[in-house]
Design a protein around this ligand. Structure first.
Ligand code: DC
Length: 292
């Protein structure tokens, strides 16, 4: 499975803005689903129908689900949280205050951040490089975890990281994971998913993950940290975490993640089939002689 590479100096100035009609259905495994799909074109002709946007709160299972989905579909995987984490790590090392949005955005523009296929089998889903250094695990350090929400809340930082995300989206097919992919980065993505799980379930999953990695953190601490991050991610003024218009809201409480992957794959294939039919019809009507 290819992983999207993000050269931070490359800039793409795509403009977006189309939304989709929304309708509600019940998820087959009992979760509430708000479903919609859109096949739209950018005013500049860009087609994002092959972008799968997966948003949702921390520890909802987005990365794992996205990795399997990307593998199944032969799509790229791009976890945009790694960009914000890399900027936070760069800020810690450079001593840039987490309150200084403009300097943090300067770091985001000047440093070279790359997300590439995994080169080690140590549990990583992809490699992250900061100015050529492998920072895949350092960006998961508690010191980064503690400040990344604050760093990512600055509108200047978000603006600095937007072009590279849109450049990757333009290269599709790609599964993009984040908090604002469906609302801001690629609002006309062919499939938009909001992965949700209760705080308790997410804390349990994250606690299990950390213990497997040898972290002796308590469940109560994990839960409190997730609650704090939820507050910052959802409460910030710039691109707050919320389900995009037309997104399928998939609640994963008690559902094995592989079952979630199947459900999402079905949603994608239906949307892509619909898109293919739409393209065929459009091609057909274009070929029709004008006098008919
Ligand atoms: O998904 P994650 O835990 O790696 O994300 C790290 C932080 O980055 C998290 O606090 C939310 C923020 N983020 C964001 O604001 N927008 C995104 N598209 C991705 C992540």
């Amino acid at each position: 499975m290819p992983v999207a590479g993000a050269g931070m100096r490359e800039v793409l100035g795509a403009r977006t803005g189309k939304t989709a009609v929304q309708k509600t259905e019940r998820h087959p495994v009992g979760a509430a689903v708000t479903k919609g799909s859109s096949v739209t074109r950018q005013p500049n002709g860009q087609n994002h129908s092959r972008v799968i946007a997966i948003d949702g709160p921390a520890a909802a299972g987005k990365s794992t689900v996205a990795r399997h989905l990307a593998e199944d579909l032969g799509a790229m995987l791009f976890d945009t949280g790694s960009l914000y984490r890399a900027v936070t790590l760069a800020a810690i090392r450079a001593g840039v205050p987490f309150t200084d949005g403009r300097s943090l955005a300067g770091l985001a523009e000047d440093r070279h951040i790359d997300v590439a296929p995994p080169t080690a089998s140590d549990g990583r889903l992809y490699d992250v490089h900061l100015d050529g250094e492998d920072v895949t695990w350092p960006i998961r350090d508690p010191s980064v975890e503690a400040h990344v929400s604050e760093v990512s809340a600055h509108p200047e930082v978000r603006a600095a990281l937007l072009p590279v995300q849109r450049r990757i989206a333009a290269a599709g097919p790609v599964v993009m994971v984040g908090r604002d992919i469906g609302t801001v980065v690629v609002p006309d993505a062919g499939v938009k998913i909001f992965l949700q799980a209760s705080l308790d379930e997410r804390a349990r999953r994250r606690h299990d993950e950390l213990r497997v990695r040898g972290d002796e953190v308590t469940f109560a601490d994990v839960l409190a940290d997730l609650q704090r991050r939820d507050g910052v991610d959802s409460g910030r003024r710039a691109s707050p975490l919320r389900a995009a218009e037309g997104a399928s809201v998939v609640v994963t409480d008690g559902v094995p993640l592989l079952q979630v992957v199947e459900r999402l794959r079905d949603l994608v294939l239906v949307a892509w089939r619909h898109d293919g039919e739409h393209e065929e019809t459009a091609a057909h009507s274009q070929c029709r002689p004008s006098r008919l």
